[in-house]
Design a protein around this ligand. Structure first.
Ligand SMILES: Nc1ncnc2c1ncn2[C@@H]1O[C@H](COP(=O)(O)OP(=O)(O)OP(=O)(O)O)[C@@H](O)[C@H]1O
Ligand SMILES: [Mg+2]
Length: 112
């Protein structure tokens, strides 16, 4: 299992969610965050306005996936989130030791 942490532009959320659902991913968590990438001192467009890149609003998505779904999920997120402009985001991939469904106490890949 892997934990994907994806940082995306907020307006791409619906497309990313749909792409993940079409890929068979059955859960995700998101939070509103702020961040910046490597264009420190340059500008980025957010909702039609140009901002100096200094902690722009982003969404962070946490998606736990089975090993066999990792590549599909990364492709779904990256293709759906991509505009081709700077600030499109990043996906971090980490090993995930276990996952537990609280209602039933089941664990392992089967709960994802
Ligand atoms: N090294 C990093 N560590 C943690 N978060 C990061 C890192 N790089 C980017 N992020 C997060 O991802 C968001 C989008 O990053 P961004 O897409 O601008 O990366 P980039 O490397 O500058 O790529 P690009 O050149 O396409 O803009 C940032 O606002 C920040 O929240
Ligand atoms: Mg950037």
């Amino acid at each position: 299992m892997k934990l994907l942490t994806a940082i995306i532009k907020p307006f791409r959320l619906d497309d990313v969610k749909n792409a993940l659902q079409l890929s068979g991913i059955e859960g995700m968590t998101l939070a509103e965050v702020k961040g910046f990438g490597r264009q420190n001192g340059h500008t980025e467009i957010y909702r039609g306005n140009e901002y100096r890149v200094d902690f722009l609003p982003k969404l962070i998505l946490y998606i736990a996936v089975k090993d066999e779904s990792v590549d599909t999920a990364i492709k779904a997120v990256s293709e759906a989130a991509r505009t081709g402009k700077i600030g499109d985001g990043k996906i971090f991939v980490q090993p995930l030791e276990n996952a537990v469904r609280i209602r039933t106490s089941e664990g392992g890949q089967g709960v994802l």
